[in-house]
Design a protein around this ligand. Structure first.
Ligand SMILES: Nc1ncnc2c1ncn2[C@@H]1O[C@H](COP(=O)(O)OP(=O)(O)OP(=O)(O)O)[C@@H](O)[C@H]1O
Length: 258
């Protein structure tokens, strides 16, 4: 069998809390295949963001082992990019769009290669027209596209995304979802996507993992077998989409209704 992109074996994640150590996740076994789009759902505070940070090498784990492409994760693995919800803080206001996108690569490669990658990344998120603008002159959706372009310029083999569209209005959100699906098709990157939005998770994913409990465990692991390319109207009318939506809302009934 092909080597998975991410592999967690009996992973325990503990964080310091006001009343001692918080055991957030324990005994987590998880494999994420290369090129898969995997969403992580779970109630507030279950540890979704923390798990993403552990896979991205930003937060240490306390037991077990996390691997990316076979290598033990002990810092941000080469070839992975992280996109946060808070694009406002992620972007540098004094740099143009182009120079925000080049941020992660400009010190590491020749100028011509930087320019090529920035141009390609801006094209993928449809922001070529705004390359010389400053981020504060852009809408929220456009700012988030700048952050995504910055990750894409690193030509990542995996993207870790923490509620990237959580702060956007419904129209911008749908447009960015479709753009992300196009990016995934073009780059074949593995995408791990944390969201609170059940419908967004079904629409985008090949697989959905639901975390719950303290310490959190995987409560549901669903394969999403909807045809691609997906379509905001047609996909959401498919009986299989409605069935998945129904079972996920059932799984979250207690959390949604208190
Ligand atoms: N750096 C930290 N130090 C200590 N505790 C933390 C830290 N980061 C998060 N926590 C705690 O860990 C728990 C899980 O947080 P996390 O942000 O991973 O959950 P989440 O599932 O992403 O939540 P949400 O859906 O609300 O964003 C929370 O109780 C939070 O207070």
């Amino acid at each position: 069998m092909a080597q998975p992109a991410f592999c967690c074996e009996r992973v325990r994640i503990e964080l310091p809390g006001a009343n001692g150590t918080l055991r957030l996740i324990d005994g987590l076994d998880l494999e994420i295949d290369r090129g898969d789009f995997v969403s992580v759902l779970g109630g507030s505070g279950t540890g979704k963001t923390t798990l993403l940070r552990v896979l991205g090498g930003l937060t240490a784990y306390s037991a077990g082992i996390v691997r990316y492409e076979g290598e033990v994760v002990s810092g941000p693995p080469p070839g992975t990019g992280i996109v946060f919800q808070d694009y406002g803080h992620a972007l540098l206001t004094w740099r143009t769009v182009r120079r925000n996108v080049s941020l992660g690569i400009e010190a590491r490669m020749p100028e011509a290669e930087v320019a090529r990658r920035v141009g390609k990344a801006l094209q993928m998120v449809d922001l070529e027209q705004s390359r010389d603008e400053y981020p504060w002159r852009l809408s929220g959706g456009m700012q988030q596209r700048v952050q995504i372009a910055r990750s894409l310029a690193m030509e990542p083999s995996a993207l870790l995304m923490d509620e990237p569209f959580g702060a956007l209005d419904a129209m911008s959100k749908a447009a960015l979802q479709d753009q992300l699906l196009t990016v995934q098709r073009e780059t074949a990157a593995t995408i791990l996507f944390v969201t609170h939005d059940i419908e967004e998770a079904i629409y985008l994913s090949d697989r959905i993992i639901v975390l719950n409990g303290r310490p959190a465990r995987i409560r549901l692991d669903l394969k999403i077998d909807l045809p691609r390319p997906r379509n905001q109207v047609l996909t959401k009318e498919l009986p299989e989409y409605l069935r998945l939506r129904h079972s996920l809302y059932e799984a979250f009934k207690d959390e949604l209704h208190g």
